[in-house]
Design a protein around this ligand. Structure first.
Ligand code: SF4
Length: 321
């Protein structure tokens, strides 16, 4: 049984002023196995963060979960009362490093107070125990607790803030951590250090990790599997190496070709044609057809089903044959 299984998840943002509902996730299904690092990759607006927040039950209005299930070890997290979810699962089993986590800190609270506050929110009030555990996780993230405990957020560098955010996510020893763009807004050297840390958490603590990024070039450095999202739908799922070397879905292909690497010449880098989809527009058929060089008539009217090609999941009419 997968550790986490998302089935047919649908999320909408209701915009009463415009009298419309924007479909942010459309039937997303995916499995995460215990002990792996899986990357969810896609352009901005593809639904990556909405998916993370839906799993954590942290979506706020006007977002609404319209249907689907999120099973954790077979228990549907979406069917639990808020009290039971917060008590037994949130941060205890599944925690999160939110997007732009460098800005999540309360500027008036010292680092140690963020740990105490997080623990208190889960009914843990023994300060000595919490600070002991906080020291352990800070040391694991290569920060000196004696130095950072009494610092305020503005006294930390971007890299240090990211490490504190990661340490906070580990405070209650969760089995699964969702990291939303943990390397965004960091310089290249700090990015590499954070990627190393993510691997270390997985290998040494055995933590399962969902690593969300818009940057497919860093995925091979950290994840063994990759899930490609576009316009709120899964396009392709496969082993990272296979997907990067031989992408099957035209969107994945375009994403890989649009990413510069140290070995590619500027001529080899090709931007994805067209514009990312307008979230207010409901595209019929395959969501990628307006930008796809292989688009056929059927693509404009019929949603492609899921094809399994040697263990790779691909949603594209090209594989009908
Ligand atoms: Fe392109 Fe059609 Fe495949 Fe969509 S289904 S990616 S439009 S070929």
């Amino acid at each position: 049984m997968p550790l986490l299984s998302v089935r047919n998840l649908n999320v909408e943002y209701r915009l009463p002023d415009l009298k419309i509902a924007v479909k942010a996730l459309k039937g997303v299904s995916m499995d995460i196995n215990k002990g792996e690092i899986v990357s969810i990759v896609g352009e901005s607006g593809s639904g990556k963060s909405t998916l993370a927040l839906a799993i954590m039950r942290m979506l706020k209005p006007p977002a609404v979960i319209k249907g689907g299930n999120v099973y954790y070890n077979g228990v549907d997290l979406l069917s639990l009362s808020e009290h039971e979810f917060n008590l037994k699962y949130k941060w205890v089993k599944v925690s999160m490093v939110p997007q732009a986590s460098q800005n999540i800190f309360n500027p008036t609270m010292r680092v140690k107070d963020h740990f105490l506050d997080t623990a208190r929110a889960h009914g843990i009030s023994d300060e000595a125990d919490v600070l002991k555990r906080a020291s352990e996780v800070l040391e694991f993230t290569k920060l000196d607790p004696a130095r950072v405990f009494n610092l305020y957020p503005h006294q930390l560098s971007g890299g240090m803030k990211q490490r504190v955010a990661i340490a906070l996510s580990l405070l209650l020893n969760p089995e699964l951590v969702i990291m939303d763009e943990p390397t965004a807004a960091l310089d290249v050297v700090t990015q590499m250090e954070i990627l190393k840390l993510v691997k270390m958490i997985n290998e040494e603590l055995g933590t399962t990790i969902i690593f969300i990024t818009h940057d497919i070039s860093i995925v091979p450095m950290v994840a063994s599997r990759v899930i490609v999202l576009y316009n709120g739908e899964v396009m392709e799922i496969g082993a990272t190496e296979d997907v990067i070397i031989d992408p099957k879905h035209p969107y994945t292909k375009a994403l890989v070709q649009s990413t510069p690497s140290l070995s590619s010449s500027p001529e080899e880098v090709r931007p994805i044609p067209g514009e990312p989809p307008n979230p207010l527009e409901d595209i019929q058929g395959c969501p990628f057809w307006p930008r796809c060089q292989y688009a056929m008539d059927v693509c404009k009217v019929e949603k492609p089903r899921e094809y399994n090609i040697n263990g790779r999941v691909v949603r594209c009419h090209l594989y009908e044959k």
